[in-house]
Structures are given as structure tokens and as C-alpha cells.
Design a protein around this ligand. Sequence first.
Ligand SMILES: [Zn+2]
Length: 742
Amino acid sequence: MITRTLIVVFILIACYSHAQTISGFSGDALATQQKAEKQFDTYLKASNLDDWMKRLAGRPHHLGSAYGKENAIFMRDLFRSWGYTAEIETYTVLFPTPKVRIVEMTGPTKFKASLSEPALKEDGTSNQTKEQLPVYNAFSADGDVTGELVFVNYGVPADYEQLAKMGIDVKGKIVIAKYGGSWRGIKPKVAQEHGAVGCLIYSDPEQDGYFQGDVYPRGAFKNQYGAQRGSVMDMPVYPGDPLTPNIGATADAKRLDRKDVLNLVKIPVLPISYGDAQPLLAALNGPVAPESWRGALPVTYHIGPGPARVHLKLEFDWKLVECHNVIAKMQGSEFPEEWIVRGNHHDAWVNGANDPVSGMVALMEEARAVSELVKTGWKPRRTLVYCGWDGEEEGLIGSTEWVEHHAAELQQKVVAYINSDSNGRGFFGAGGSHTLEAMVGEIAKDITDPQTNVNTWERLKSAMAANASGAKSKKEWLGKSAPALYALGSGSDYTPFFQHLGIPSLNIGFGGEDDGGEYHSIYDSYDHYKRFKDPKFEYGVALAKAGGRATLRLANAQVLPFDFMSFHRTVDGYLKEVTALLDNMRETTEVENQMIAEKRYTLAADPTQKFVAPSSKDPVPFLNFSSLQNALAELEKSAKKFSDDIKYKPDGGPSPKELNKLLYQAEQKLMLEAGLPRRPWFRHSIYAPGFYTGYGVKTLPGVREAIEQRDWAEAQQQIELISQSLLSYKAQVDQITGLLSK
Ligand SMILES: [Zn+2]
């Protein structure tokens, strides 16, 4: 039982935190925790990470592959040898792989794309051609189409507005888009909305090739034939197995018919290298692309349409495969029904040394070090659950199916989910629930940067201040006392926990000094990683330290270290952004409409070029944000009361079980009952991946996206719904405060 005194001390500590304190701990418990963490660090061995990476990335191990299954068994057995109860939980999921891939130019000249990445003698696993998945976009449609080619820059909505001004329509055409500017799945989705019949996505050397640095194998960057595989499942609608939304894809689950699935693109789409893209782009005519659209190929970038005509033929084997999640548990000594879940995916597109093995081996070493700690008599008070997800690359499949399958239990038990993925050399970054921002700040200051020997926060702050442009922005960075969490969109396995169930989540990792062009190619190999990423695995060890601290602190805290002040402050900032967005749109629309009415754009355009003046838009109304402003003002009072006033109210103490459960379930109050408009799977009212950005986050998504889409009625409705979720969240904070002051 926790005593009143402990809580009071905890709150004092939370308010005046400095290096010696750990939020959630005080007295003997604090000393025990500090000692355990020190001891934990001494067990971490970089050589383990190195050995396991060699093994796990030794052969291609994508979803459904023989080696993927061998890896799952290897990891399960390791967890067992460390004293965990470990199992492989298997789901049966849809996974299309290519049978036919053809990209050819049929006129004015003939050219056939190679669509293959050559083996290199400098890269020991690049010749494993038998087991490699070819370059393709998973969940592209089957198709056999021919059409004129149109270059569409990144292929995001703004690019099509530009095309419309130039009088260019993509209906019936095949578009070619650069990687970048959005998550890849947005490109075929928007192309399809505009009537294109096919989509090619290529890696331009400006962002991903020789313009950045020497190419592989001389340097780390993408060579002429490297290409980026990846999923184009419409994950902003829902991730996971497309056939089983909202339920676990167990062998006997009820499945949708593929034609009824809502998150699959209907046109064929294929990624190609810049080697394959160059002849196609060079054969385009029509207007020269705007300057910001041009890349680094030695051609003049034209938009088309044509005269290049492209034939794109794709056929897939739409089979069901087994998806193997590794789940390892260590039961908590005092609160076995409260779980800390820590995960990383283990599947890759090919060998995946960086993505995901670099993060996976750090997680494994963390779990092993915990088991060493247990041998000394230390115990986790809450249950630890270490997870290795399968099928992440195709659409967060393994984690989503597990979460959907166990949803009710997870919402009861999970205190927090801590995710990692690819890891490299550089700076510590963390995103997630802002209630955990204070805890992460303490961790960042507690871990030493391996290259400079200052703590990871000082390192990051120095880099941000050094790279900031202008004195004002530099000063701002220098004045910061702790790192901020970035908001989570999507792109890794935290999404089902966080945005579907409302479980407080974090995503952690190091990077920024580990550039390269190996992402989702056969060159994401052990050899590449050892030369260009984190050669000594010292950042892998640092990740194990950070993940270990987050896990062990949440596992053993007397009072879980959630802080509502930073959450309030952050959401208040989002509200200011959204109101500014609306005001800005109003002003822009007024000026635009005036320019259109006075024919200013037509007069400004070069009369020898085709120009279609944009049509005027409805004026932007004022929306009523008062319910949201009031809800936030209420929440601020409650958050303050929780963190300030409490300490002055003496005696008595709630049961830690009751108190902590209210703390970790508070985030669930932010969930929208009906979910987001047109995508009910996504239920968090504060954070979501953007419908038109994919991985990129949209905060206050319901209202922000309605404004961006100029749907004013929906924006007003969403304001009310978010306000209600914040008020019910605030009521939970009050309930916690009430318990504490009893
Ligand atoms: Zn990954």
C-alpha cells in the first residue's frame, strides 16, 4: 500500500525535478531504482547486438518467409533462456507478392525497365536473390495499363492544383511521382482520385542518391539501381490485415471479400530506381516543370503528358500467410495485472539490418539485461511484455492484429506501450503521449551520448541551436530546459495501441548522423550498417538504456509518472495552430478571390504558355472555438490542481491499484466513440496520421482536416466532439485528484 507521505513526496519531486530524482519514486524506492538502473547498464554488451544483427539480418526475412519464422523461433528461445514466458502468436493475413512486373516505354522510343537491384561484391548478402522479395509496392492493384506519362512532382494534392493551372489532366494517364513529400501510399491514392490509370514512384537522386553523397558501395547513398519497396495499403483508413478490420486475424476469423476492402488502392503502382526513371522522364515533353519540382537527374524535367507512352503490367499472388509475433512476458511481483509493453518489429523487406533489426537487437539486449537484474533479487512490480512484431512493413499487421485480438484485455491492463524501430548514430528523439513528456525528459538527461559524453538532451539541444536559423530561434533552443515529445502520426507499431485503443505510447530512437539510401532495398544489410550506421553499436546500447529506463520506471513506480500539465500546454498549442490556420485561410481566400475576379493571374501568366485560372473559392467563415477553449481552460485548472495543490492536503492514501489505473486509463477518455470522420478505426481525438500525409501527424485531426478540406459544418461538429473528450478526460483527472486528497 502506498502511503500519503509517499505521494506527497512524489509530487514535490515532480515539481522540482533535477538530475537526482525520478518521477514516481521517493525514499527507499528511489534509491533502489537508481541502484537497479546503474546495475542494468553494466549488463549491456554491444557485442550481443552485433552478433544478433548478423544472425537476424543474415537472410531475407519478410512476412511469410521461411527465415522470418526461423528468426521468430530464435528470439522466442532466447527470451525463454532469459527466464521469460515466451510464445509465438500467429495470425493468418493477406500478403500479395508479385508474379508479373513490367514497365516499358512503347513510344516514341522503346525502353524496358530493369526493376532489379544488382548484387555487389562489397555487400555479403546482396546476392541472396532466391529469397529476396523483388522491388514492388505491396497492396498495389493488379493491372495491365498503357497510357501517356505525366510527371506529378510528389503527387500530393497541392501538385494537382498546380497541374490544373497548367491545364494538365491525368485522366487515363500514367503518372510518375518522386518519393518524398508524403508517405508513399498517398501518391497512388491521389492519382486514382484524379483519374490516373497507373502510378510509378521513383527515387530522385536529389533526395535519395548522388546529390546527397557518394553512392553505395563507395558511400552510403542510393545507387542508380537501388529502389524503395514499401506498402501502399491506405493505412490512414485502417492498418493491419485488410481482410479483418477491428478483429484479430485468427485462422478462423470472419474475413471480408477482397473486393469489399476499403483500404486498397485500385490502380497498379510500382516503385522504380532513378536508373529506370531517367529514360522515361527524358522522353517527356510539354511544359518545363516548376523549379521546385525539378530533381538532380541530368535531364530537363518536363511534365508531359507524353509523348512518352508507358505500359505497366502487374500481377500479384494474393495469398494468405502466417504472421508470427513473438510475445515474451515476465510477471510482475505486485501488480501482475498491470502491463508495460515494449515492442519493435522483426520483419524486414529484405535483410533489414537497419530497419528493423537495429532496434530489435537493442530491445533484446534490454530484455536480457532485465533478466540479469532479476538474478540479483530485483523484481519488476508490474508485468513486462516484450514483443517482436511481424508484418510491420506491409501495414503494421502483426501489432494491429494482436491489439485487435486482445483489445479488451489491453485496455484494462496496459500502462503504456514503448516502441522502437530502426536505430542509428546521432541524437535521441522521442514522440508520444504528452502525459509522458516529463518522464522522457528525465530519461534523456540520464543517458550519456556515446560520442561526446554529455547527456543526450544537451547533445540534441546543441545541435538544434547550432542548426537553427536566426538569433531568435537559436535563443529559444538555448533557453529550453527539457526536450519536447513530437506528436505521433503513424509509421510504426505504436499506432494500434495509441490511436485505436488510447493506450499511452512512446516511440524512441537515435538518428540524424546515419544518413543513407539503403531504406527498403537489398542494401539494408549488415555490411552497410557496420560501415555507415552505428558501427560499434554504441547507440544500440544507448537505446537499450533509454528503453530500459522507460520500461523499468513504469514497471516499478509507486505513482505512475503521468503529468497532465505538459499535455494541456501542448494541446493548447495545437488549438492556437488550428485557429491560426483558419484565419490564414480566410485571408488567403479573400486575396485569391480578388485576384481571380480582377483576372490578375491571367494577366501575370506568360501568354505563350497554356494557363487555366483557378476558380474562386467559398469565403472562409468564422468558427466557434469557445467550447474547446473552455474545455482546455477547465483542464488546465484540473491539471494544476493535480500537480500543485495536492501536496498540501495531508493524510490518508488511496490504493495504488485504483490510483494508478485511473492514471494510465485517462488517455482512453480522449477517444472518440465514433472515431474520425470516414475512418472510424482511428479514435484518438488529439493525434492521428493525416488522411493526405500518411505518416505525417495531424493534431486535433477531426477539426484540422475538416478545415483543410473546407468542410465548415464538419469542423464545427468536430470542435464539439473534441471538447467533450477533453471534458471527460478532465473529469478523470479530477477523480484522481479527489482520491489523492481524501
Ligand atoms: Zn521499421
